[in-house]
Design a protein around this ligand. Structure first.
Ligand code: ZN
Length: 183
């Protein structure tokens, strides 16, 4: 019994360590392990050399719908779903593996290695939670056949993704400037 609980402890510390190294917030660690707040906070300080940030998690679903975050989130979620479905890595382990693969894909320019990725580990975790609670779905793009993060119950028919139809930002800015000149 004791050996079992020690093994479980060690496994959870390894899991928490992996997640802290990838940038997880303390709330994520509390949700994914049964370790106490004090132990997690101590572990966090040991690994990152600073206290864990306080405050609420970024919980907005709409963030995942904005242009660049949507592309990054869709890439990440596709990898996560594949790992969770087809490999022995499940749930938190699939999340960690998928996030490592995402980082390899997202940060390809070594000069930008210090840049923060668009999708943080904590956001990636939130994304999976939103899918699990039925707030998000994957919609297939009619143009490229890729699967993209979308609001649950959004019409799937005729969906075009953020890559195939980028926002007409330049045009919009010009239109606004023109309007400003007129008024
Ligand atoms: Zn597309």
């Amino acid at each position: 019994m004791l050996a079992k609980s020690v093994a479980k402890d060690a496994e959870e510390i390894l899991l928490a360590t992996d997640m802290i190294e990838l940038g997880a917030r303390l709330q994520v660690l509390q949700a994914e392990t049964s370790l106490s707040y004090d132990r997690l906070a101590r572990l966090y300080r040991e690994i990152r050399g600073c206290s864990p940030p306080k405050g609420m998690l970024p919980f907005s679903v709409d963030w995942f719908m904005t242009w660049l975050p949507n592309i990054h989130s869709s890439l990440f979620y596709g990898v996560y779903k594949f790992l969770d479905t087809h490999t022995p890595a499940k749930k938190a382990h699939a999340l960690i593996e998928a996030y490592r693969l995402y980082l390899e894909q997202a940060i390809t320019d070594p000069r930008n290695a210090s840049d923060d990725p668009v999708l943080s580990f904590t956001r990636a975790w939130m994304l999976v939670r939103f899918f699990d609670s039925g707030m998000l779905q994957q919609s297939r793009c009619v143009s490229c056949a890729g699967e993209f993060v979308a609001h649950a119950h959004d019409p799937q028919h005729g969906f075009t993704c953020a890559i195939c139809r980028p926002p007409p930002r330049a045009g919009k800015t010009r239109a606004r400037q023109a309007a400003a000149c007129v008024s």
